[in-house]
Design a protein around this ligand. Structure first.
Ligand code: UD1
Length: 424
């Protein structure tokens, strides 16, 4: 079992550049299946979930090539069957259903897997497809959707699901007539997907608001597109800088995508300077206690909840973090407690009594962002920590170890990656 080894206590200092957003790259790569031309997509992050998506695209017949600079997808010939062994690896595999249904009139997709952060149904995706004329069959964990002719529909989402908004938006691009999604998710990644699809010939208006209108078109051609920067990665490095009492400049970022996170970091007492495409955070004292509630965008992102809890665990008083998006997203708390944090989970709330120091420990990441939270706590802690469950962290962060090391962290893989891949 490999781990990330961190000896904490060194303030992080310097600058670090964000990659393209994982949560924009995944739907955009799936969306490339809607086009029967070639698409070239820049700033696609090099991480495990993206590798899974590229394998998924190949598995349904797309021609995929990755160079250092961009990903090339050509999807003229497709099959509707998504293999279980790929679908189970991440929830975003389900984003292939909308494009396959629109292109082929049928799709067979196993129920998705993904991070262990609570019940994650796909009922809203399916209701949307049904409203557009699809028939859905479920059999032993496989979902079959059939719709020889998709038509436009008025669709209200009970909750503003990011994935359902994206999947329905993609299917609606090639439906006959107009689709309106109300109570749509408003995340920047949805706007990025709409921009990619519009570049390929789609007619989508209102992405980034709660009402999205999609006029179906006969076919989409390929498009060239650059993925937006990863706001969650940016938040992770800002929080790490703050927790270690350092000074970190995060580059390749769109500061307005981080308004809620920056507001809470400012409330903690840190100095923040946001410029056009960079954000600097400077911290020389422990954070003041804050209340944080996760909400759909533009509210505080659930994906930053765990990293923020690590920061609050070093606060000067009692912070309360309320999780309203996923019902089981405090799995990392037990591990933080092993490092000396004082946190009680009561229903959807984590009550965090700040402590003056954390201690290094052996801890296990159970999900992606929980894993990032443990790394942040380890960077701030006294002594050495071994964080296992690295495969979860690698799903969403490329070069985490190298990037943190460039900021001065004492961090490495154990065993060294070179040794990891030795045979015999
Ligand atoms: C996306 C992000 C994930 C982020 C989440 C919330 C990607 C690849 N992942 O996940 O990082 O944490 O948004 O910002 O973009 N729900 C239903 N029925 C459905 C779909 C969702 O009830 O059919 C519920 C979920 O259980 C959850 C809430 O809606 O409580 C939000 O989920 P959703 O926005 O769909 O998250 P994902 O798209 O899976």
């Amino acid at each position: 079992m490999h781990s990330i080894v961190i000896t904490g206590g060194t303030p992080l200092n310097g600058k670090v550049a964000c990659d393209g957003a994982k949560n924009a790259a995944l739907p955009i790569l799936a969306g490339a299946l809607l086009t029967d031309g070639a698409s070239r997509i820049w700033q696609v992050p090099d991480l495990a979930d993206v590798h899974t998506m590229l394998d998924l695209l190949s598995s349904v017949g797309a021609h995929v090539e990755r160079s250092d600079e961009c990903v090339y997808v050509e999807a003229s010939q497709l099959t509707p069957h998504v293999p279980y062994e790929l679908a189970r690896m991440m929830r975003a595999s389900f984003l292939i259903m909308g494009p396959l249904l629109a292109r082929l009139g049928e799709a067979f997709v196993p129920l998705p897997g993904g991070c262990a952060i609570g019940r994650r149904p796909v009922d809203l995706h399916l209701k949307g497809f049904e409203a557009m004329g699809a028939t859905i069959h479920m059999d032993k964990g496989n979902i079959q959707a059939v719709a020889p002719h998709l038509h436009g529909a008025d669709i209200y989402l009970d909750v503003p699901s990011v994935g359902a908004t994206e999947n329905i938006m993609m299917a609606a691009c090639m439906a006959e007539g107009t689709t309106i999604i109300d109570n749509a998710a408003q995340e920047p990644e949805i706007v990025d997907l709409a921009n990619f699809l519009n570049g390929a010939g789609a007619r989508i208006r209102g992405a980034g608001t709660s009402r999205i209108k999609i006029e179906g078109v006969g076919c989409l051609k390929g498009a060239d597109h650059t993925i937006i920067p990863d706001r969650i990665e940016a938040a992770t490095y800002l929080v790490a800088g703050a927790a270690t009492l350092g000074e970190v400049r995060v580059e390749n970022v769109i500061p307005t995508h981080l308004t809620a996170v920056l507001a809470k970091l400012a409330e903690c007492g840190f100095t923040i300077i946001a410029e056009n495409s960079s954000i600097m955070i400077k911290s020389d004292t422990r954070p003041k206690p804050v209340s944080v509630k996760t909400l759909p965008y533009p509210g505080f992102p659930t994906d930053v909840q765990a990293p923020f809890a690590s920061l609050c665990s070093l606060g000067t008083g009692t912070s309360i973090i309320s999780e309203t998006i996923f019902e089981n997203r405090f799995g990392y708390v037990e591990e933080l407690v092993r490092m000396g944090a004082n946190i009680k989970v009561e229903g959807p709330n984590a009550i965090i009594e700040g402590v003056s120091r954390l201690e290094g420990a052996n801890v296990q990441a159970g999900d992606l962002r929980g894993g990032a939270a443990l790394c942040i706590a380890a960077l701030a802690a006294e002594g050495t920590s071994h964080v296992t469950g690295v495969e979860h962290i690698e799903r969403g962060y490329s070069d985490l170890v190298q990037k943190l090391r460039s900021l001065g962290a004492a961090i490495s893989y154990s065993p060294d990656p070179e040794e990891r891949f030795e045979v015999g």
